[in-house]
Write a protein that binds this ligand. Sequence first.
Ligand code: TPP
Length: 373
Amino acid sequence: MKADKLLNQIENIGIKVIAGVPDSTLKQFCDGLQTHKGALKHYVTANEGAAVGLAVGAFLASGSPACIYMQNSGIGNIVNPLASLANDDVYGIPMLFIVGWRGEPGVKDEPQHVFQGKITCKLFDTLDVPYSVVDKNTTDEQWQEILTLAKTYLDKNLQFAIIVKKGTFEPDKEFVWKNGNTLNRETVLGKLLQIIPREAYIVSTTGKISRELYEQSNAQFGNHDNIFMTVGGMGHASMIAFGVAQEKKDKTIVCIDGDGAALMHMGALPFIASQALENFRHIVINNQAHESVGAMPTGCQETSFAEVAKAAGYAYTERITDEEGLKQLENKLAGIKGPALYEIMVSLDSRKDLGRPKETAKENRDAFMKNFA
Ligand SMILES: Cc1ncc(C[n+]2csc(CCOP(=O)(O)OP(=O)(O)O)c2C)c(N)n1
């Protein structure tokens, strides 16, 4: 299936708004969203639950159901507004979900996708959301039948989901966006590992930031034992870092976050600021996009995390855009009382041959915990 064709079919069943968070399984679909010429209004939301909220409001005001696209790891974020607001036992708000299926049973995938993949269909069953599963062999006629079926549910103010297997969407027009930043993310991460004291602990965010830190740390030090990689649970790295920091007040804890992830659960910022832990350092690597899953802009490209953190009450905040700023970071990281947030603006490049952690998640957990034994 080509994204453009599906987007036309989606419009044809009366959907006027589409919102969500990008996913690698849906990469071609997400590219299509950026290049599609139809009348659909498209929004990238901070998290998948926020897209459900938007869909509720859009329906209230227009009477038309909205469509929500997401990775299956976002199901957790939709459960609350879906079960306690949109469900037929409450307001009965129709919406169509398009869900990328990572971790499909029988298909090799990363540890963070295995359990989520196993329970994906069961979760929609539990949530009373009927669904169809599609793959690369689903014909145009079958897609049309699925959308016609979806419409019968939407017309009754119910929800419907289309669960999309890997390889379903054909490459079409690739969407390419440049943010104009000059620092390279992996180079910055390599430098940060030289600046951050070896006795500090690092909690890194979901996606390529953790993968690059893993490779850079192994290359520089032969291990990555002071880094906890938040491989799943996108958006929660800063609260994990806070959890460590409040236990280990004599150690410096550095959260290395992404802009998309920091947006996803931004309430962490005022919380962390209010707790005023001097040992807390927050570094947001801002490429203004979800680069790990295809570089779709976050929808909040102009947001300054340094300004947000300042308003939230962080003791120190700064935006770094060039080599000079990065050079000066060494003193500012050690000599300043936290909570401090450094926002580093980076470009959208990443290596094609970037690896993934070779150990199991539990081995990495144990290696990190050994530091505190
Ligand atoms: C709840 C949830 N939604 C979506 C994803 C898919 N996902 C993995 S990494 C990523 C992008 C992260 O963007 P950002 O934090 O800006 O880091 P970048 O990839 O740009 O370095 C997304 C959307 C996910 N893992 N979890």
